[in-house]
Write a protein that binds this ligand. Structure first.
Ligand SMILES: *[C@@H]1O[C@H](CO)[C@@H](O)[C@H](O)[C@H]1NC(C)=O
Ligand SMILES: *[C@@H]1O[C@H](CO)[C@@H](O)[C@H](O)[C@H]1NC(C)=O
Ligand SMILES: *[C@@H]1O[C@H](CO)[C@@H](O)[C@H](O)[C@H]1NC(C)=O
Length: 402
């Protein structure tokens, strides 16, 4: 009996400790080779459009697993007075659908940081880490160096394309961060959230990396204003609310630095909807829009006077990015309220589900995709929508214009 208890105890301890995974999973080449093999096999199955895309837009619905998509489809139909299931979302009309696995190397139910590293950088990674391989350990600054992996946003920039990030979360939140940062901890939003030892060891906060890693990201829009401003500097929109004040202990004003650095270019910093919509995209080459101190509001709670919708942000972003004759890459994230688990609860709790904010946001995203299908030719583009992080699988719908 005692032996049995000890065994159980060891098993529990083992499962609480750091999960082990094969050494080869720390090597980016392992994932790249696997992806290439999978792709090669897929290409032998049927004649696919093998033209090279000039532009790529990735719409990422955080929490948008297959059950959520199904729920959104039904809701969209019911809002139109139909029974729902027969409805088509815009992405249902895409010619290709595929599934991809974006799990974390050390966790079955993954988080946005590791999954974003998987689909943006092509390398699976540990939970909570951004733009680093699985050789990096969460929160251990000294495991960063040498383990950095780069993202499709950087590859696009290096190829001479314009690049953009639009999100309804803060711009230094896990998903967008994996596009530009190399950070062992997704919570290191500014130096205020970092341990002193990590700062002393030379690790940089994510907000700083947004401006320092990939020079001149053409379009950046979302929330996260407070992480850019000196500690205690009052917020422009909520001057009397202390928790919205600047957080930076290094006293830097990253927005002012950006404005100064870009002053010979056609650059604009905006913090509200009026400013955004009054811009003429033809006269803007670089845009920084920070519309809330933290994450932006869910669409149903949004102040429609002061904050732009995701659709409005994407519309402006595309107009700016498409001016580049070499093409562009745009990452768009719509944050749903919570994960699939919460949504399944909402589903099973009956009619209240139909007020689900997640699902309405999803409809907004699909409306976006539809809006984008009308995007003027001759721009060749691939539009992908995908879900993350959903424990079971990720769905991709791909529409490519030949
Ligand atoms: C890295 O830092 C951790 C503490 O965060 C320490 O335990 C470990 O020994 C360090 N490793 C190296 C190789 O310096
Ligand atoms: C910010 O304000 C807090 C609370 O008033 C104060 O304790 C802290 O010293 C201030 N920090 C700086 C850098 O001004
Ligand atoms: C938007 O910003 C401009 C410029 O700072 C300001 O004049 C205007 O009052 C702001 N509008 C709203 C709705 O906050």
């Amino acid at each position: 009996m005692t032996a049995l208890l000890i065994i159980c105890f060891c098993l529990i301890l083992g499962s609480l400790g750091n999960p082990q995974f094969p050494e080869q999973e720390k090597d980016p080449k392992f994932w790249n080779a696997w992806a290439q093999r999978t792709l090669k096999n897929a290409l032998t199955l049927q004649e696919l459009n093998k033209n090279k895309a000039k532009n790529l837009i990735l719409f990422l619905g955080d929490g948008m697993g297959i059950p959520t998509v199904t729920a959104a489809r039904i809701l969209k139909g019911q809002l139109n007075g139909q029974s729902g299931e027969e409805t088509q979302l815009e992405m249902d009309k895409f010619p290709f659908v595929s599934l991809s696995k974006t799990y974390n190397t050390n966790a079955q139910v993954p988080d946005s940081a590791g999954t974003a590293t998987a689909y943006l950088c092509g390398v699976k990674a540990n939970e909570g880490t951004l733009g680093v391989s699985a050789a990096a350990v969460r929160s251990q600054c000294n495991t960063t160096q040498g383990n950095e992996v780069t993202s499709i946003l950087k590859w696009a920039k290096d190829a001479g394309k314009s690049v953009g990030i639009v999100t309804t979360t803060r711009v230094n939140h896990a998903t967008p961060s994996a596009a530009y940062a190399h950070c062992v901890d997704r919570d290191w939003y500014s130096d205020n959230e970092m341990p002193v030892e990590a700062l002393q060891a030379g690790c940089k906060d994510i907000a700083r990396q947004l401006f320092e890693n990939i020079p001149n990201i053409d379009v950046i829009m979302g929330g996260g204003r407070k992480y850019m401003f000196p500690k205690n500097m009052s917020d422009v929109e909520y001057p009397n609310i202390l928790k919205h004040s600047g957080t930076r202990k290094d006293g830097r004003n990253l927005v002012q630095e950006w404005v100064d650095r870009m002053k010979d270019k056609k650059n604009h910093y905006v913090w509200n909807k009026t400013q955004l919509l009054s811009l003429n995209p033809n006269n803007v080459d670089y845009l920084l829009g920070l519309f809330e101190p933290g994450d932006m509001m869910y669409d149903l709670e949004r102040n429609t006077e002061s904050d732009p919708s995701l659709t409005e942000m994407v519309d402006v972003a595309i107009k700016i990015l498409k001016k580049n004759p070499s093409g562009f890459y745009l990452l768009v994230e719509g944050e749903f309220e919570a994960s699939v688990m919460v949504q399944l609860h909402i589903c099973s709790s009956g009619p209240s589900f139909f007020s689900g904010r997640n699902v309405l946001s999803l409809i907004q995203v699909t409306a976006l995709v539809s809006a984008d299908c009308r995007f003027p030719q001759p721009y060749k583009q691939h539009i992908c929508t995908m879900a993350e992080p959903s424990p079971l699988n990720e769905q991709w719908a791909v529409r490519s214009v030949p």
